[in-house]
Design a protein. Structure first.
Length: 155
């Protein structure tokens, strides 16, 4: 199931629930943050305000008692359940998060690309934006835009 947390409480909620014995997954990726005086790579949640937890119906009420949890995410009136294969795919994305790159082959906005290697292998996406060394691809199956650095590893 998916829990919706207070802003910037994902890691704290996951830690507290683990201490209580729940099986929790809060996917984290390394991100470069730039301040006026320094740059630093920090671990940030892949999904802002969301944490995955494996609980039964009785344990749901116990999870809601945590002060950082706002509610469970619902789909069609029932708590949203994420399949194990989707969690495994997210784990793979997190494991490769620093290695996600694409080859600069003169991409153009609107061009459809298929990813050949890595955690997104086999997915197709549309180029929605280009930067000097970064291409942004919208992957409809995931419902999100992903940024890739240019490299010969992907696409």
């Amino acid at each position: 199931m998916v829990i919706y947390t207070k802003p910037r409480n994902e890691k704290k909620v996951a830690e507290r629930l683990k201490e209580q014995g729940f099986e929790v997954f809060c996917p984290l990726i390394r991100s470069l943050r730039i301040w006026s005086d320094r740059k630093k790579k920090i671990w940030v949640p892949l999904f802002t305000s969301y944490v995955f937890v494996r609980v039964n119906e009785l344990e749901r009420l116990e999870v809601l008692k945590d002060h950082g949890v706002l509610n469970f995410v619902f789909w069609l009136g029932k708590p949203a359940i994420v399949r194990e294969k989707e969690i495994d795919a997210i784990r793979e994305i997190v494991d490769f998060s620093e290695d996600i790159n694409v080859e600069n082959a003169g991409f153009e906005k609107g061009q459809v690309l298929t990813i050949r290697e890595g955690p997104f292998k086999g997915l197709a996406g549309e180029v929605v934006d280009l930067d000097r060394n970064i291409v942004y691809i919208y992957i409809e199956q995931l419902g999100c835009k992903i940024q890739f650095k240019y490299s010969k590893k992907f696409i």
